[in-house]
Design a protein around this ligand. Sequence first.
Ligand code: TXE
Length: 540
Amino acid sequence: GDHRDLHYPLRRQRQMCIRDSVSYLTWNKNRAEKVVRNYNNLWIVAMGSLETFKMFVNGKWVDSENGSTFESINPSIGKSWALIPEATVNDVNNAVEAAYKAFNEGEWSKITPTQRGKYLRKLGDLLAEKSEELGKIESIDTGKLLKETRWQAKYIAEYFHYYAGLADKIEGSTLPIDKPDMYAFNVREPLGVVAAIVPWNSQLFLVAVKIGPALAAGNTVVLKASEHASAAMLEFGKVIEEVGFPPGVVNIISGHGDPCGKTLTTHPLVHRISFTGGPATARHVIRNSAENFAEVSLELGGKSPFIVFEDADIESAVNGSIAGIFGASGQSCVAGSRLYLQESIADEFLDRMTSLAANIKLGDPLLDETQMGPLATLGQIKLIESEISNAKNQGAKILHGGNKPSNMNEGWFFEPTIVDCSDQKLKIVDTELFGPVLSVLRFKTEEEVIQLANDTKYGLAAGVFTKNSARSLRITKALRAGIVWVNTYRVVSPIAPFGGYKDSGYGRESGMQAIHDYTRIKTVWINTSDEPMSNPFQMR
Ligand code: TXE
């Protein structure tokens, strides 16, 4: 494991002590194991006052059926702070079956789309009220700044309001059919049970973009939290409970990829999978969907180019680039992690950028003065260290940062880092690091930078800074990315579709289209003639 190594010695001693004391229970191995696990957890809770969280299934708060849990680490201090249930195959089955029942027979299946919209509106309102509590839990669990998580929890209320409004605007159509005496029309129907798989980096935001349209369209949902940070998503169940959704409409489970994610995405009663995570896991998810033929949408991150032309407002572009790569400590799918500077302004730009980067204040994400928190997993720090070392060996120059800060004790912090890359072919240029590391390259012409920017396996976002509007139109057309920002960066809205090209995935979240993606079309034919159907064996 990665982050779980940190304070093993103490944990191992406690576990061994308890294991010895219950060793007489060998008469029933399974039972003994369960008892040991439960004692361990109680012991850890008592000793370290860990918070405990439960899953929300069929309208009830539940532990894992066998009591198993895993620890969630607070990355600011590198220590466990919560115990999270590890869902078993049966737990996942229970959640999917509850969602299936709610979809087919429950109150949810009978209410009107307008009533569904009312539930979503209330959900948005309550979420905004609870933004402080939810934001705090997310910040402790992921290291993301409270300023940002609090704001996000408030802003995602807008997503629920947007989809609340769309719930009763999913219209069908009549078809100008090419047969006499036939009336044909289409209706859009919900798909059924939606499996929503969410990573740790923006839990509540990603929950909103998935369940907003899914519920508005009339589906039911099983949400799976990430094993790296599940607490805010499990806590979100309290808002679902308070809104009063019928049991089974929204279920929230936690656990690792196997068995939890795998059981969910192969489940025969799941008809739609909405996944956000990395491309490697996405390939498993696609293969899993071969079992149930669920429709799939994938949002898989990227290595987004941030292009600055010599005619740009330099101050604005520097601020945009800082926000694009150091916001959320670079743990953002749209991080502008490849900076392309036109040669004539490159030195001035980098001077300004490095002096701003040098003043970024790292620290406790709960404090208002902190500007950059830690990374969420130790695995990311290891990846970043190894890629920076490779890049240096290949001739890259570190303009700023490049190390773990020396004064942050056990926290998983990394300095804001700017790497001057002599060559687009360096591995660091096209490897998603999910951290505060910027690769810088220089270009001479527009044609050259379009080619460099598109030379990537990813295609989620891109930023362009220029005052030339004709150029901005040419370049937005040429860039192979799902979102292009001109003279701005990292702006999102419930109204604007979000998604990628190439290895950044497929399908779009947010916007009108997203609600259609949670429906399928049924075509209805009605014979309007009074004549009986003719005998098919007597052709006229
Ligand atoms: O994601 P994973 P991780 C990228 C980023 C990051 C890397 C790995 O580069 O460093 O991915 O991050 C569940 N069937 N992004 O490990 O592994 C898993 O339990 C079904 C970019 O967090 O993709 C978790 O809930 N589900 C990204 C979820 O998939 C399975 C945001 C994501 O895990 C599964 C996050 C299986 N077989 C990471 N195996 C973005 N788009 O912003 C695992 N899971």
